[in-house]
Design a protein around this ligand. Structure first.
Ligand code: SAH
Length: 369
């Protein structure tokens, strides 16, 4: 149970104390563990507009009005892992599995490129089909044919050597959510063979190699407490990822967590705004999970400091099988066909759609371009 005071009234003293903590973050100060815990334990709905306003301004100071667009290709729903929350986990046998071969990937990327996309994200389960050799071949082909395209991978945990070779072959960015920075909570979300230390080592490797590196978490995942979220916020504060993927936990009926409730949209917005204040320069997408949870989720996420939207470019007949959670907005929203809806949300939030490559502000010229 997180943000358990969200729907209660605070005394004005409490609200003033929490505002001071928020102002400290806004002024670039770090908060301690106790201060973050105070903030989360006492955050209530009256404070949401306050923190959203600061997060909105902070994003504007760094990235102006731009909301960057990425093209997402879900290349495989095969996965060797058994994360308890995830619908494409290995032991879900009620799922039609698919993967794209290199030519199918090239076709989609070519379509994306000619429709103006400057960042392509290749995401999938941990699927051994995508050996280093195959990925190097794919990256080398894409890098040489589309030199101005940013290539982002999101293919889970791999060795330092593998990440290094893929970077050499032309990958620029890597998304690997840490999922939970509390070892105890991490172990409740994953089977024993998956360890937080491995995940964090991977993130450190990616940063060392030179990738723009993305961490992130689900808000309201089973067993999550404010103490766990404090660990996540402290991790973001110290690691300073270039990208931060945040969305609500969403129930999937074919997982061991089938009886747990979805995360709360308001809680997600609070964490977006906190992430923006903690990492002012981060690229923070309004994620598909957020749009799936609430019809106005994307608009409200943009009001809370988000500055990226990932558009699903996977083939329609495959999209339904990349079911990380139930009721994913896979057919219409967040897909190429619905670009105009996305544009309308961006404009409603007084922001501008931007198809530029959209590197992290410190990497305006990325080594790999
Ligand atoms: N295999 C890759 C990509 C995983 S899918 C990797 O390990 O990074 C991308 C993200 O979807 C995951 O990191 C996870 O945070 C999120 N996700 C998975 N199941 C979910 C669920 N039930 N609800 C919300 N988000 C989920």
């Amino acid at each position: 149970m997180i943000l358990n005071n969200y729907y209660n009234l605070n005394s004005s003293n409490t609200n003033e104390r929490i505002k001071t903590l928020i102002n400290n973050l806004d002024n670039g100060l770090n908060l301690s563990k106790d201060q973050f815990l105070d903030l989360l334990n006492n955050f209530n709905y009256e404070l949401l507009p306050y923190i959203q306003d600061l997060a909105f301004k902070k994003r504007k100071a760094v990235y102006h009005d731009s909301v960057y667009i990425r093209g997402l290709i879900e290349i495989s729903n095969y996965c060797k892992n058994n994360c308890y929350y995830c619908g494409i986990r290995k032991n879900n046998d009620d799922l039609e599995r698919y993967r794209y071969n290199k030519n199918e990937i090239y076709q989609i990327v070519d379509y994306a490129y000619h429709n103006g996309y400057k960042t392509i994200v290749l995401q999938g389960g941990e699927d051994d089909y995508y050996s280093d050799d195959l990925l190097i071949e794919i990256l080398t082909y894409l890098r040489s044919n589309y030199p101005d395209l940013a290539l982002t991978l999101s293919l889970g945990e791999r060795s330092y050597e593998s990440y290094y070779k893929l970077y050499q072959a032309g990958a620029n960015r890597y998304l690997l959510r840490h999922e939970s920075a509390s070892a105890e909570h991490y172990s409740k979300l994953h089977p024993q063979e998956m360890k937080l230390t491995t995940r964090i080592n991977c993130l450190n490797d990616l940063k060392t190699i030179g990738y723009q590196t993305g961490a992130g978490l689900m808000v309201g995942s089973p067993y999550q407490t404010n103490n766990d979220l404090v660990d996540d916020l402290l991790f973001l504060q110290s690691f300073q990822p270039e990208m931060i993927g945040i969305g609500p936990y969403l129930n999937h009926p074919k997982t061991p967590f089938k009886s747990f409730n979805n995360g709360d949209i308001n809680h997600v917005l609070v964490i977006y705004a906190l992430a923006r204040l903690i990492c002012p320069e981060a690229l923070i997408p309004s994620t598909t999970a957020t749009s799936s949870l609430a019809s106005d989720g994307r608009y409200r996420a943009l009001q809370s400091g988000c500055n990226v939207i990932m558009i699903n470019l996977s083939l329609l007949d495959k999209r339904k099988n990349y079911s990380l959670y139930a009721n994913k907005t896979y057919v219409g929203d967040e897909s190429q066909e619905y670009l105009s809806l996305i544009k309308a949300d961006i404009e409603k939030a007084h922001l501008k759609i931007n198809f530029a490559v959209g590197n992290h502000i410190t990497r305006e010229v990325d080594n790999n371009e």
